[in-house]
Ligand binder design. Structure first.
Ligand code: SF4
Length: 323
């Protein structure tokens, strides 16, 4: 696939949940994005902003309520499970909880062999036992675990090692796209860096494309080539990582950056962000950030800001971008 081709695109995606009282919550509220071959798109935002829901929708692990998802040129939005099976080999997910995502009663070798047994090869043939054994050895080497790890159970490993096993499982079928959902947030800081470096090395070595979901901006800055900042189900700023994170134009992005305990933000300082992300059940008018925005104007309460492209190529959903 050429370096500039689009691997995944989403158009006006909406994911709605129905509540017992009949109301509806929009966890994902009209998101459009693209992921280009070979890039790392970092998806950031506070807990509850809808980024994990978006990741699951994009991989069709949950159905969307509206919109369209295109993967490698195929519209997969409403594809049946049977039709999705070969597509799933090309798109995989690494989850946050390395413990819960590995069956404790099965040896690592069995866990990693499962996708190789379930999915046929491109020529329609099943893999032989020798081919599976060879692939398992390759996977252990890729994630820097010893070959004998295949004979052990998940509980015998540390959190970082378990996440290496999860990454190996995601790589088993040689995917093109990996969606990593908070893959290091449950790990110690020293281990986090090792796992982020492993993701970076694997991308280089295997030509992978990532959608990397995280709430930690330092992690996103370390690995992402492009970043999309989410707030209450929508993208409020997106662009090249260095531009967005060093000179944020959206007040929310700037507030997030100022919360990072390092002097990394250029431009004027804003008052700290107050309060939590409002419940998506709260009906809001105007800008979805206006209740917490330190520079909100009266018009922000009534007028919804659309994503607009700035001169440096980024897109920002704000009537008064900080540029
Ligand atoms: Fe703040 Fe107004 Fe911009 Fe929304 S549109 S982020 S409330 S300045």
């Amino acid at each position: 696939m050429p370096a500039s081709s689009t691997v995944l695109s989403a158009h006006n995606l909406v994911k709605t949940y129905g509540l017992s009282d009949g109301r509806k919550v929009r966890a994902v509220d009209g998101i459009s994005l693209t992921v280009q071959a070979g890039e790392v798109l970092g998806l950031v935002g506070e807990s509850g902003c809808g980024k994990s829901t978006l990741g699951r929708c994009l991989l069709r692990l949950m159905d969307v309520s509206q919109g369209q998802i295109v993967f490698e040129g195929q519209d997969i939005t409403h594809m049946s499970e049977a039709a999705l099976r070969p597509v799933r080999q090309r798109m995989q997910m690494v989850f946050q909880d390395s413990h819960a995502s590995l069956n404790p009663r099965r040896r690592v070798g069995d866990l990693l062999a499962e996708p190789l047994k379930v999915h046929r090869q491109a020529d329609g043939q099943r893999r032989s036992s020798a081919e599976i054994a060879r692939r398992l050895s390759e996977l252990m080497e890729l994630v820097a675990l010893p070959r004998n790890a295949l004979d052990r159970y998940p509980h015998e490993f540390s959190g970082g090692q378990r996440q290496r096993i999860n990454i190996a499982r995601a790589l088993a079928l040689s995917p093109l796209l990996v969606v990593a959902d908070e893959p290091v947030s449950a790990l110690d800081v020293s281990v986090q860096a090792q796992i982020v470096n492993l993701f970076a090395d694997l991308r280089e070595q295997l030509g992978l494309t990532y959608l990397f979901i995280a709430h930690d901006l330092a992690v996103v800055r370390q690995i992402s080539t492009r970043v999309a900042v989410m707030y209450l189900g929508a993208i409020v700023e997106t662009g090249v990582t260095d531009v967005v994170l060093h000179h944020p134009a959206h007040p929310y992005t700037r507030a997030l950056m100022q919360a990072v305990p390092r002097p990394v933000v250029g431009g004027m300082r804003l008052p700290s962000l107050k309060g939590d992300v409002p419940s998506p059940m709260t009906r809001q008018t105007g800008c979805r950030f206006h209740m917490r925005c330190p520079v909100a104007q009266p018009s922000c309460v009534t007028n919804v800001p659309a994503l607009q492209r700035l001169g440096d190529g980024r897109e920002v959903a704000c009537h008064f971008p900080l540029v």
